[in-house]
Design a protein around this ligand. Structure first.
Ligand code: ASP
Ligand code: MG
Length: 444
């Protein structure tokens, strides 16, 4: 890490205030003074006979971590010992000696500062986001997420996929969002939707590029009670993938390669972060175990889950129980006809099942991926939409597109925050993103 390409003058004239290095790079052995900038994370007056009785120990924080300094000069002690936590300061340091101090931004008193946060499961982390984002724990999570972005991009690039910028607004979006509602915006007098998933656009894009992916933001206004699941956000991001001319088994194999690539990169490149999060990662072996939906139902009813409906997706409590019985990610395939979005392809030889899949994380973390082979022929899609009572006129551009030659394809959406939550071993999904929107919670 190096913040300045050109190091500032070694003499550091007292008028020059320019950050010369991160806290983690600062060395007491350096021959010239350093100018450091960061947040006042902590401080304590401590007795010290060598410096006239009392010194001030301060902890500074910047993006590289925390670092302690001892302030021995009376005017600086006076200045800093009354300054509120989280104020932004600059110090000039040579060896152990603090040569100068400047306050860059005074903070107001806060009951919720990174120094006092010990309960990482509380919803206060969402409400007091501007302070909560500053914790060392949150930084570790976001650095892991950064590695996920990098690894996914490298993986797709190697496999010949093209990254798309995802759509945010659409006259019509994915209706298969079990129990959640979509959000509308007024688009020049017409009601448009905020993307709930870019499935319809993925089918458009493969007609040009065949292998596509995107980091796609989705808004699904989930019922408030889903807050208890630990894995529902009202705004989230999917790594959305689609490939022409492959079947659902190919799509599952692709997802397995992607997941293993990401997990392996995080394991080797984010050791410091995983240690801070007290998480040890195991890399699953490919191919992952596969259960059909019917096999999953059998396991669940043996475990005492009654009234599981044949034509519905698994309720999240059942999914969690199932997830708890495995110690590696596993597939549930072939959901029953009638249980999912109109775009999951009905098996032509077994009309009762769909050629689709979910991936579940082990240890109670639950759903990771949903995907399928797609319905791609106009008459079939129209039939499925009518069966689901969808207003065909809303989907006019999509239905029109299907009459211009759309190929068979398969793909999936991998929830970015759920993956982050799993990798980091977090209890709540709102810890797995920088700016969480939790169902029913008003927050930044
Ligand atoms: N549209 C699906 C979802 O959001 C993912 C997919 O099938 O690509 O669950
Ligand atoms: Mg799903």
């Amino acid at each position: 890490m190096n913040i300045l390409t050109e190091k500032s003058s070694t003499t550091l004239k007292s008028t020059v205030w320019r950050k010369t290095c991160f806290l983690s790079e600062f060395s007491e052995k350096a021959a010239s003074a350093a100018c450091l900038m960061g947040w006042l994370h902590d401080r304590a007056l401590v007795p010290d006979p060598t410096f006239g009785g009392i010194v001030l120990r301060i902890t500074l924080r910047d993006c590289s971590g925390l670092r302690d300094f001892v302030v021995t000069t009376k005017p600086f002690i006076d200045l800093l010992s009354t300054l509120e936590y989280e104020s932004v300061i600059a110090i000039k340091v040579l060896g152990k000696e603090i040569l100068d101090v400047k306050i860059l931004a005074r903070a107001k008193p806060a009951i919720f500062s990174p120094k006092v946060i010990t309960d990482f499961s509380t919803i206060d982390l969402v409400v007091h986001r501007p302070l909560a984002i500053r914790t060392e724990r949150m930084k570790a999570v976001l650095r892991v997420q950064d590695q996920i972005f990098t690894s996914a991009r490298q993986f797709f690039h190697k496999e010949g996929f093209c990254e798309l910028r995802p759509p945010i607004l659409s006259p019509a979006t994915d209706p298969g969002i079990r129990g959640a509602i979509g959000a509308d915006v007024n688009f020049y007098g017409k009601k448009y939707k905020i993307t709930t998933s870019m499935i319809l656009y993925k089918q458009m894009a493969i007609c040009s590029l065949e292998k596509v992916y995107a980091f796609s933001p989705n808004v699904r206004l989930e019922p408030v009670k889903t807050r208890q699941t630990g894995r529902h956000l009202a705004e989230f991001c999917q790594i959305d993938v689609e490939q022409a001319f492959i079947n659902y088994h190919d799509a599952m194999a692709l997802a397995e390669r992607l997941l293993v690539a990401i997990l392996s990169d995080v394991k080797s490149n984010c050791q410091k972060e995983l240690k801070l999060l007290e998480r040890s990662l195991t890399i699953p072996t490919r191919p992952f175990k596969k259960l059909t939906f019917q096999e999953a139902l059998n396991i669940l009813s043996k475990a005492g889950f009654k009234q599981l409906q044949q034509r519905k997706e698994l309720p999240w409590e059942a999914e969690k129980m199932l997830s708890n019985t495995f110690d590696e990610p596993f597939w549930v395939t072939e959901f029953p006809y009638g249980s999912r979005g109109f775009y999951d392809r009905q098996d032509p030889n077994r009309p009762a099942v769909l050629r689709d899949f979910d991936l579940l994380y082990p240890a109670g973390f639950g759903e990771a991926i949903s995907g399928s082979e797609r319905e791609y022929l106009y008459p079939r899609v129209k039939k499925r939409m009518l069966e689901q009572g969808l207003p065909l006129d809303e989907y006019s551009w999509y239905l029109d597109m299907l009459q211009h030659g759309v190929p068979p394809s398969a793909g999936f959406g991998l929830g970015l925050e759920r993956l982050t939550r799993y990798i980091c071993g977090l209890e709540n999904i709102w810890e797995a993103t920088a700016f969480p929107k939790v169902p029913g919670v008003h927050s930044p």
